[in-house]
Design a protein around this ligand. Structure first.
Ligand code: FHN
Length: 442
């Protein structure tokens, strides 16, 4: 009897320590992950006092400017045309389901009401309005989820010491208390998770500024386990993502890819990131070449390109987080508005083939990509020809019709898969969608 009791105690102690080591997401977190994946389209917003200089969010580092000079921008920041309701209406019209806004970028300026530093929108600007609060209310009204981007990296604070790889011309003293910086961040994160209602995700960026020593050292330097545990203790449902450009760390709930689809590395950020097969994925992308407002950058991707990119992301089982950089007066550049509206019109008609789908079982082909749901495969044809081969084998095809109007598409099942004869009338669209219905789920 005594032996059984001891064995039981050991078993319990063992499972407790296992749990202490590994993060176990709460049920509401799992639900959030599901909803996040189903939503497929979000708007990224890079907005801060840097927008006044019209040269992107890295201007303080790139110019370079000292923190002393740069911080004077705050006293002139007055986005008189900012209207949270208008923004959120536009994002909803675009078909987006969530927004992710920079609560604080690398310049260290807080775009929200915080007691942790006076360098914030309420105390350091004449505007004195908490834009995150206004956005949280507008999002709640329109049913969009709100996420906060939060920079680990800070070019302004004295306690950001030892320095990382960037921001060396900011004019900070030699010496500073790193623990004080860690506490500062945790105080701000607590505020962000307490004062703005339920938050969808905390989107971290910047740990790559101090990444020497590899993953374990990064974890130690940034105290990520402790920070993640704090976040989940305040809002267990909130998802944590970290744009460290590596494979996911314990405690993270999603994985993001900068300017690349998962598994690709065309922009050079994702070389070391192994794609998670368990967590929701997200690709973030700019509309032009900049994240923050750049007055001279008018080289925008076309609406067609952006729509196809959204579909491509979905075909890779990833959301698209599409960026806008609002002007300093609070308006959104015309080119961006035009593209968001065009995406919304397209999603109004074809959203069913994107929202709540999974990446298709057929990998990208020369003709295009696929998404799927239950026993339906949505074939997105970007490059048209008279006939295409869809390499699905071993599942009986019941019907093939155009998504547009249900016109039957002639097909034959051959040993390599399914050959579709595409209807001529469809040849000039952004994305010709053919719905294939199979006997069994895919
Ligand atoms: O340095 C930032 C950059 O300003 C921007 O916020 C992007 C968005 O993914 N992330 C960083 C670079 O990795």
């Amino acid at each position: 009897m005594k032996k059984i009791a001891i064995a039981l105690m050991l078993l319990l102690a063992g499972s407790a320590s296992l749990r202490a080591q590994g993060y176990v997401p709460a049920p509401e977190n799992l639900q959030n992950r599901k909803e996040f994946s189903e939503s497929r389209f979000g708007i990224f917003i890079h907005w801060g006092i840097y927008s006044m200089l019209g040269d992107g969010e890295w201007i303080m580092n790139n110019k370079p400017m000292t923190y002393k000079e740069y911080s004077h921008l705050a006293a002139g920041f007055y986005p008189s045309n900012f209207d949270a309701k208008e923004w959120v209406k536009l994002f909803k019209e675009a078909g987006a389901k969530y927004i992710t806004i920079t609560s604080r970028h690398h310049d260290g300026f807080s775009m929200f009401d915080t007691k942790a530093s006076d360098y914030n929108i309420m105390k350091a600007t004449p505007f004195k309005r908490d834009i995150l609060k206004e956005l949280s209310e507008a999002c709640a009204e329109e049913g969009l989820k709100l996420n906060f981007y939060y920079s680990h990296l800070d070019w302004g604070r004295n306690d950001y010491y030892p320095l990382g790889n960037t921001g060396h011309a900011a004019g900070r003293p030699e010496g500073g208390d790193w623990n004080s910086y860690l506490n500062f961040m945790n105080q701000q994160l607590t505020e962000l998770l307490t004062n703005y209602g339920p938050i969808g995700c905390i989107w971290f960026d910047g740990v790559w500024d101090k990444k020497d020593g590899g993953r374990e050292q990064m974890e130690k330097t940034w105290q990520l386990t402790k920070q993640y545990a704090l976040i989940h203790s305040i809002q267990p449902g909130v998802m944590i993502g970290n744009n460290h450009h590596l494979g996911v760390f314990d405690g993270e709930d999603m994985q993001m890819f900068e300017k690349d689809l998962p598994g690709r590395n065309t922009s050079g950020f994702s070389g070391d990131s192994e794609v998670s097969d368990a967590l929701p994925l997200e690709t973030c992308q700019t509309m032009n070449h900049n994240w923050g407002y750049n007055a001279n950058d008018h080289e925008y991707k076309s609406s067609e390109q952006l729509i196809r990119y959204l579909v491509q992301a979905a075909s890779n089982d990833a959301n698209l987080l599409l960026n806008i950089g609002p002007r300093p007066d609070g308006t959104i550049p015309d080119e961006a508005v035009e593209r968001l509206k065009a995406m919304g019109q397209w999603l109004d008609k074809y959203g069913e083939t994107v929202y709540a789908t999974r990446g298709g079982c057929v990998p990208e082909q020369s003709w295009g990509v696929t998404t799927q749901k239950d026993n339906k495969l949505f074939v997105h044809v970007f490059n048209c020809s008279d006939a295409i081969l869809v390499p699905v084998k071993g599942n009986k095809l019941v019907s093939a019709v155009t998504f547009e109007d249900g016109t039957k598409v002639p097909f034959s099942q051959v040993s390599e898969g399914i050959v579709l004869s595409l209807p001529a009338a469809q040849k000039d669209t952004i994305d010709q969608i053919i719905t294939l219905t199979f006997k069994n789920n895919l």
